[in-house]
Design a protein around this ligand. Structure first.
Ligand SMILES: Cc1cc2nc3c(=O)[nH]c(=O)nc-3n(C[C@H](O)[C@H](O)[C@H](O)COP(=O)(O)O)c2cc1C
Length: 173
């Protein structure tokens, strides 16, 4: 089992997946539990997660996401949606426009790390048509997809991605 720092360092976007290796139900459940362990404003968890496993749903998501083919090739696609009304009920406009997005995307980030810890890989997909995703998966009004995660066993060793220097990003005071 990797420690947290190794897990973070080993997370890279993977866009090729083992076609014959499905994601085990128990691992998927554990990953979703970790997503839901993320902090959320007022502990409201103002999000909803659609778990797309069928080929038909993954093909539909690929089409809605600019035909990024790895989405259909990965055995699972997680669709993180905001539930703006849930946060708005307590926090008004700030909940609706900010906290719900933060809740959903922090959950997605936790899921990405849990996926690595479970021996798999993912790619965060932001380039998609949210209206098309809702239409095709029948996502109820009020929920807005904000991030997709393709999930599966990797079939490529991704390139290390560079990061900006810490002193460019951070200001110690
Ligand atoms: C908000 C967001 C949107 C992204 N959208 C896409 C996308 O549509 N397609 C894609 O292939 N990768 C997408 N990515 C993945 C980034 O390209 C990737 O995380 C970045 O290049 C750093 O590489 P790494 O994940 O391997 O560290 C997205 C990542 C984030 C956080």
């Amino acid at each position: 089992m990797w420690d947290f720092f190794e897990t973070v360092r080993h997370r890279h976007s993977v866009r090729k997946y083992q076609a014959d290796m499905p994601v085990e139900r128990e691992k998927l459940h554990a990953i979703l539990e970790m997503a839901c362990a993320a902090p959320s404003a007022g502990d409201l968890q103002a999000y909803h997660i659609e778990v797309a496993t069928s080929q038909a749903d993954r093909d539909a998501l690929r089409r809605a996401a600019d035909n990024q083919s790895f989405i259909a090739e990965a055995p699972v696609c997680l669709v993180f949606c905001t539930d703006a009304a849930r946060s708005a009920a307590r926090y008004g406009t700030r909940g609706e426009t900010l906290y719900a997005v933060q809740d959903a995307t922090i959950a997605a980030a936790y899921a990405q790390l849990a996926i690595v810890a479970a021996g798999m890989a993912s790619t965060w997909v932001g380039n998609f048509d949210a209206t098309e995703v809702c239409r095709t998966l029948g996502i109820p009004a009020g929920l807005t997809p904000v991030a997709l995660l393709s999930v599966g066993y990797p079939a490529e060793l991704p390139e290390e991605t560079p990061r900006r220097r810490l002193d460019e990003v951070i200001n110690f005071r």
